[in-house]
Design a protein around this ligand. Structure first.
Ligand SMILES: NC(=O)c1ccc[n+]([C@@H]2O[C@H](COP(=O)([O-])OP(=O)(O)OC[C@H]3O[C@@H](n4cnc5c(N)ncnc54)[C@H](O)[C@@H]3O)[C@@H](O)[C@H]2O)c1
Ligand SMILES: O=P(O)(O)OC[C@H](O)CO
Length: 330
């Protein structure tokens, strides 16, 4: 297969490198200087340091996005959520399957849209989907095994994603519930900030297990309200990615929570990462969307208020613990 990966951050680079051992892959960077550096060093030192890129991986910049996509069997959008709308706009008339890797709700505008909802607005004719699931870029790039989920309403997109990425180190499962897969990937980032805070404040393992479990419940409530299937949240993009991101110190979102617990400002915590932390960017949009649907999301709401400077870490914990008793299953 021929693949184009648009976005040379940590995850785009890791997936492109992984697929390049079996397919013809081009990694496209929007910054020509970054592309030239990656090409010269055969390493993406800025976003994925210490990983030698396979000689077969081509690096591009400058080529217009639609032109490069038209030459491929599958186009992958590997930007953060903030870049998804413009990328989909550029790819609107692409006849090949397109999939994004971004995990979040759109933070700009007032609607707080998921990726497939943005696509329905700007590129409705596209056959599109998402590749998601528990995956730290560094581990995949180090050759460690992982499992992902390819979600789309179009069988051809699911098949293209499985064909491109399923292999020795990656198992790729297919799912037609794109809403469920997108909600899981977005909300786990917000919950990972909460778990980082919990661990940074040394609240203990009991508290962390409670946060993960009740977080899964609120993720599922929002997803079901948006039309997702509840069982999707028991899969790789729900429980799987939540456990990984909430407990794994490679997570940027979890690291933000740890830093906030130590007294860092949101600006310092996110600035120190050098990478995107989608949970920070979309927490407010998640809460606003849930409120419009009448869905209760107390953990996400506490994270959003903390990030907005309305609440201190200890006060957020006290507020969550002071909530009225409630049945476990509603
Ligand atoms: N890193 C991971 O382990 C991982 C795993 C799974 C999914 N993801 C998701 O993939 C997406 C990308 O994450 P990442 O880790 O590669 O990010 P990153 O911070 O490592 O890199 C982001 C890349 O996107 C580019 N970029 C930023 N804004 C852009 C825009 N508006 N238009 C085009 N390009 C833009 C940057 O120049 C950079 O190359 C995120 O939504 C993230 O949640 C990341
Ligand atoms: O580093 P994070 O917190 O953005 O998480 C990365 C991946 O989404 C984990 O699956």
């Amino acid at each position: 297969m021929k693949l184009a990966v648009f976005g040379a951050g940590a995850w785009g680079t890791a997936l492109a490198a992984s697929a390049a051992t079996r397919h013809e892959v081009v990694l496209w960077a929007r910054d020509p200087a970054q592309a030239a550096l990656i090409q010269a060093e055969r390493e993406n030192r800025r976003y994925l340091p210490g990983i030698a890129l396979p000689p077969s991986l081509a690096i591009a910049s400058g080529t217009p996005v639609p032109e490069l996509a038209a030459r491929c069997d599958l186009a992958i959008i590997a930007t953060p959520m903030a870049g998804l709308r413009p990328m989909l706009h550029s790819l609107a008339s692409c006849e090949r399957p397109v999939a994004w890797l971004c995990k979040g709700f759109e933070a700009t505008g007032s609607e707080g849209l998921l990726g497939h909802e943005i696509q329905a607005q700007v590129a409705p004719a596209l056959r599109a989907g998402i590749l998601s699931g528990p995956s730290f870029a560094l581990e995949l790039a180090q050759g460690r095994p992982a499992a992902l989920v390819a979600a789309s309403g179009h069988p051809a997109v699911r098949e293209a994603l499985v064909g491109a990425f399923h292999g020795e180190l990656l198992r790729v499962y297919a799912n037609d519930d794109i809403t469920g897969v997108e909600v899981g990937g977005a909300i786990k980032n917000v919950l990972a900030i909460a778990c980082g805070l919990c661990d940074g404040l040394e609240l203990g393992l009991n508290a962390r297990a409670a946060l993960i479990t009740r977080g899964l419940a609120e993720m599922t409530r929002l997803g079901v309200a948006l039309g997702a299937r509840a069982e999707t949240f028991m899969g790789l993009s729900g429980l799987g990615d939540l456990v990984l991101t909430a407990t794994g110190d490679l997570s940027r979102n979890r690291r933000v929570g740890l830093l906030l617990a130590r007294g860092s400002s949101v600006q310092d915590a996110t600035g120190s990462l050098g990478h995107v932390a989608e949970g920070v960017l979309c927490a407010r949009a998640v809460v606003a969307r849930a409120e419009r649907l009448g869905v209760e999301m107390p953990i996400s709401r506490a994270v959003s208020r903390l990030l907005g400077g309305e609440l201190k870490p200890r006060a957020a914990v006290a507020e969550l613990m002071a909530r009225d008793p409630a049945p476990e299953v509603r």
